[in-house]
Design a binder for this molecule. Structure first.
Ligand code: ACM
Length: 685
């Protein structure tokens, strides 16, 4: 039965390829859904009731549900709780969620929507919270008003750990920005917020025991312990665990600004302003390091209720260790052959401290060492290979390789990454159980409170689906259709990935007349992977303003992707109607002509000047593609010399400029190549 339901869901998802209206907007796609006929109308009298054992957490979740439903529909629905017999939505739970949310707690739910009312049933409060999010996504405007379709859904997650990591060290991210991102996470059923609280560039949390950590390590940008408690409570009401990370023994310069005695070289130290891997590392050979960590971890373990405690452990270059004779002597006397052995010694000591404070240690790939107890968790940023190695040795693991959203990949590329693929595919069923899920990682070299939402959303929803939905849910067209809907849902939660776009473009343009900047911004993307660092006009630091087009442009251009699909269907002969041709031509004309407009604005803003060459490229290749369209429609081939010349132009236009990539080069190339083929080119049918 379950298999049939999955197959049904898959058939629905893939039929979205051919129909213009996707049969489901739901993201992540549930394990099974079966639509009936009719709909449940949402009007002013809409009410809900909670039945069965439940606690304040679910009460709060239901209040949030009303708030979002109200915002989404514009109907005033102020916490309308009613008698179960009269309620439009009955929420039934068998037991409340655990007092402190646990890994692997039951998150399953069933939702039945009928024309007369809806029933949401779940074994735990946590499952009910996931079901409420599904209900919110079902509500759409219809001809008759806002309504949820008649449907039966049974759902549960594929992986128990579905996280988002946010680095608040390299750029400080204020609490309200984190909270709205927790709302986004809850909407796509993510359940772990991994808070990367310290790194070379900042120590972002108040410590009462060691106040110089934040006093000297944060430029005044840190969270008080009250703020931390408020974020944890906010997350709990959304079914999200909060796992803190304090990166050690490397990535730790910010600790040393206040406490240089922890480091492996004398100092003094200041917080780092640049990006990269730096030499400072904790001294693993001195007892005072462990005494300090014992007291610090003890303090933080009380503040953060979650069972897991992240100690980082990545990218120690060992230079300070190599240069310190005392550390070299320690290695010799303890039989530690390499810096890796020395770090393993450090990890063992830290693991004992973490355990003493009743936490389970988690760290990046580098901490994997067979001497560590099997309860620790490995978070892999280097691939499924290290995850598989860890699982074979008996360790639990999480995948983040492939989910680095700072690398500016398109959603489909993250979506294609599966924790159980590649090396992990060969694991035995028992070993597979040790793969807990994954985490999207938002490293913050190039994000600010202003643009962080646009780097996280909507792409992270695709990762959330990979971690929640059955492995077979893989249709990319369906994913993109639902992602577009989800992006709009996130607007109602206050995420600013869409709403900050135009203000940023207005700042770049120096005027409210943003038409030509927007035309350009819509078809470019920031450079990928680590090219941003490599192509920077000056060494980037934490003080470098993030106000350029590369900071406003979306990681993935919908305009370019949709245009590419249009051109693909045209050149393959799939769609050569006059409408298709006219759509292609009007885009090309807009891109060609917008350059003239932009050129007249260059004196208004220095931020525009650097993108003028990109606009010129766009205009030039669009003009050429229009000529290619003319050739095709006249049934003539262009001279070979013309085609050769245009290829050179395209090659030039494909290169990054102002750290931007023009994403329509490839479809325009296809048009130009199609005009050059010796066969009759696609003509009107
Ligand atoms: C990492 O990217 N160094 C965890």
């Amino acid at each position: 039965m379950r298999l049939l339901c999955v197959l049904f869901a898959l058939a629905l998802a893939s039929s979205a390829q051919t129909s213009s209206l996707p049969p489901t907007n739901l993201m992540p796609v549930p394990v099974s859904l079966q639509f009936g006929t009719g709909q449940l109308l949402i009007h002013e009298s809409f009410s809900a009731a909670l039945t069965g054992p439940h606690d304040e957490q679910l009460q709060h979740a239901a209040q949030n549900f009303f708030a979002v439903l109200s915002r989404k529909t514009g109907i005033l629905l102020d916490n309308k709780f009613s008698d179960p017999a009269k309620a439009s939505l009955v929420i039934h739970t068998e037991q409340p969620a655990k007092q402190v949310q646990e890994l692997g707690e039951d998150e399953s739910y069933s939702l039945e929507v009928k024309t007369s009312g809806a029933q949401l049933s779940a074994p735990t409060g946590l499952g009910a919270m996931r079901g409420l999010q599904t209900f919110l996504q079902l509500v759409r405007p219809t001809a008759d008003g806002f309504a949820a379709p008649v449907v039966t859904i049974h759902d549960k997650p594929r992986f128990p750990w579905r996280g988002l990591m946010i680095d608040v060290s390299r750029h400080f991210i204020p609490l309200d920005v984190l909270k709205r991102n927790l709302d986004g996470m809850a909407a796509v059923k993510m359940n772990v917020f991994h808070w990367h609280l310290s790194d070379n560039q900042g120590f972002r949390i108040e410590s009462k025991r060691f106040p110089k950590l934040y006093e000297m390590g944060s430029d005044g940008h840190y969270y008080s312990q009250d703020e931390v408690r408020s974020l944890i409570a906010y997350a709990r009401d959304r079914g999200i665990r909060v796992v803190p990370e304090f990166d050690m023994p490397g990535h730790s310069t910010a600790w040393f600004a206040g406490y240089p005695e922890l480091a492996s070289a004398p100092g003094p130290y200041q917080i780092e302003r640049k990006w990269g891997v730096f030499d400072p590392a904790m001294d693993p050979t001195q007892e005072r390091s462990y005494k300090f960590l014992d007291e610090f971890i003890g303090e933080m373990a009380k503040l953060f209720p979650d069972r897991f405690f992240h100690i980082g452990g990545d990218e120690v270059n060992g230079k300070q260790w190599d240069a310190n004779p005392k550390i070299q002597e320690f290695k010799r006397t303890h039989g530690l052959k390499s810096n890796q052995d020395l770090q393993a010694y450090f990890n063992k000591r830290v693991q004992q401290i973490v355990t003493k404070h009743k936490k389970i240690m988690i760290g990046w790939d580098e901490i994997l060492d067979p001497d560590l107890p099997k309860d620790i968790v490995i978070q892999s940023w280097r691939g499924q290979q290290s995850l598989a190695v860890a699982a074979r040795q008996g360790y639990r693991g999480l995948l983040s390789y492939g989910y680095y959203i700072d690398l500016m990949w398109p959603a489909w590329r993250h979506y294609a990454v599966d924790p159980m693929a590649d090396a992990a595919a060969a694991l035995s069923p028992e070993e597979s159980q040790r793969i807990l899920g994954g985490e999207a990682c938002m490293w913050s070299e190039y994000v600010s409170p202003e643009n962080i939402d646009s780097r996280i959303w909507p792409r992270t929803a695709a990762i959330a689906e990979r971690l929640w939905s059955p492995q077979e849910v893989q249709d990319i067209n369906s994913m993109y259709q639902r992602l577009a809907t989800m992006s709009g849902e996130l607007d109602w939660l206050g995420l600013t990935h869409n709403s900050n776009y135009e203000p940023m473009l207005r700042r770049i343009a120096g005027t409210t007349d943003i038409a030509p900047v927007r035309t350009l911004a819509d078809v470019v993307e920031p450079v990928k992977d680590y090219t941003r660092e490599e192509t920077a006009p000056a060494v980037p630091t934490s003080a470098t303003p993030l106000n350029r087009l590369v900071d406003a442009a979306r990681p993935e251009s919908d305009t370019a992707r949709n245009f590419t699909n249009l051109v693909n269907s045209f050149v393959s002969g799939q769609s050569t109607t006059p409408e298709t041709k006219s759509q292609i031509r009007s885009a090309l004309i807009r891109w060609r002509d917008s350059q003239t407009h932009l050129q007249t604005m260059l004196d208004r803003s220095f931020l525009l000047k650097e993108v003028a060459p990109v606009s010129q490229d766009l205009a030039a290749i669009s003009a050429v593609a229009l000529t290619a369209m003319d050739y095709m429609e006249s049934g003539q081939r262009p001279p070979d010399a013309w085609t050769t010349q245009q290829r050179a132009l395209l090659e030039q236009a494909a290169k990054q400029k102002a750290q931007l990539l023009l994403m329509v080069v490839s479809p325009l190339q296809k048009l130009i190549e199609a005009s050059a083929v010796p066969h009759p080119p696609p003509v009107s049918n």
